[in-house]
Design a protein around this ligand. Structure first.
Ligand SMILES: Nc1ncnc2c1ncn2[C@@H]1O[C@H](COP(=O)(O)OP(=O)(O)OP(=O)(O)O)[C@@H](O)[C@H]1O
Ligand SMILES: [Mg+2]
Length: 309
């Protein structure tokens, strides 16, 4: 849905993006991660046609952002970092204003507006002054604003910034709903854990360079060719680790701190299936099989070697 091809950018003498490449597949929730000053906002503004790359190009739904900005704007909603200035209006006035600004035909406006308010749970707050809203509510309003023209792609710059855990869960639920509606969502953050339970693919940016990009699982596998699985058995007879040591893809078997068997292996889920089959073949009574998660935090720390946290 979005292709970033060899984009570079400088502000004055300062090079802030160095030949960055990545792709956001349609329908994914994509995390754009990097520390302060990495160049996230600069890149997102380019995707949203607000800034032109010095070199390279960006395609959104097949449209070049420099050559066909109007087409890009039609399919894309952008929520900048930080909230706008309109505070002395109500929620519905705010959204009506932006509906008009998006040039949505008058007869469709009311219907779109209702649909967006329902999706973002803003209906009960329609007469509330923006100034009197909490940060979490404002963030939902800002997302609602980007949805008014029913875009295919949503770009949200730091959407979870400053939200409390409850508001964050609500935002995650909203993003899940958007994904179910078939939308592609790009979220940025400098705090990895904010995104780790929402995204399926990421681009990790540091000092204007891409350190890693792609599906979380694949990045995890590249960085850690070995993975581990925890095998919990009903009981652990003498020598219960032996059958696994014979498997070609198993590199290590040990008893974990909770008594379970921790088996390190090469390969993907196929190897896990072989391990389980072996356990059953050896008459071991398997209760649970738990993969050690390829979580984003881990990947992030490995890619950046702890420099960022
Ligand atoms: N309009 C501008 N003029 C000059 N320099 C800029 C401008 N916008 C951004 N920069 C610089 O470009 C670099 C990248 O900034 P950018 O805002 O893209 O980073 P970011 O990853 O979004 O950071 P943050 O996490 O703080 O939002 C920074 O060094 C910043 O100071
Ligand atoms: Mg930023």
């Amino acid at each position: 849905m979005i292709r970033v091809e060899g984009v570079s950018h400088r502000f004055g003498a300062m090079q802030v993006l160095h030949d960055i490449w990545f792709e956001v597949p349609a329908g994914t929730v994509f995390g754009f991660i990097g520390p302060n000053g990495a160049g996230k906002t600069t890149t997102l503004r380019m995707m949203a046609t607000l800034l032109e790359p010095d070199e390279g190009r960006i395609l959104v739904d097949g449209h070049d952002v420099v050559e066909h900005p109007a087409e890009v704007r039609r399919v894309l909603g952008f929520m900048p970092d930080g909230f706008g200035v309109y505070e002395r209006v109500t929620v519905s006035e705010y959204l009506e204003f932006f509906s008009a600004a998006y040039a949505i035909p008058r007869e469709r406006r009311a219907r779109n507006l209702e649909a967006v308010m329902e999706l973002t749970d803003l209906g009960p707050l329609r007469d509330r002054l923006v100034a009197a809203m909490s940060k979490g509510m404002k963030q939902r309003l800002a997302i609602a604003r980007t949805l008014l023209h029913d875009p295919k792609v949503l770009i949200l710059d730091e959407p979870a910034n400053g939200l409390d855990p409850r508001a964050r869960i609500e935002m995650r639920e909203l993003i899940e709903q958007l994904q179910q509606l078939g939308k592609t969502v790009v979220l940025s953050s400098h705090i990895l854990t904010e995104l780790s339970d929402m995204v399926s693919a990421v681009c990790i940016l540091e000092k204007g360079r891409v350190l890693a990009a792609g599906p979380v699982e694949r990045i995890g596998r590249q960085l850690r060719p070995e993975r581990a699985v925890k095998l919990r058995l009903l009981e652990y007879p003498e020598g219960c680790d032996a059958p696994f040591r014979e498997l070609p893809d198993v590199t290590h078997v040990e008893r974990g701190p909770e008594g379970h068997l921790r088996i390190t292996y090469h390969g993907g889920d196929e190897t896990v299936a072989v391990i389980v089959a072996r356990a059953v073949g050896a008459s071991l009574r398997v209760v649970r099989v738990e993969p050690e998660r390829d979580d984003l935090e881990h990947i992030f720390l490995e890619v950046t070697r702890g420099e960022l946290q």
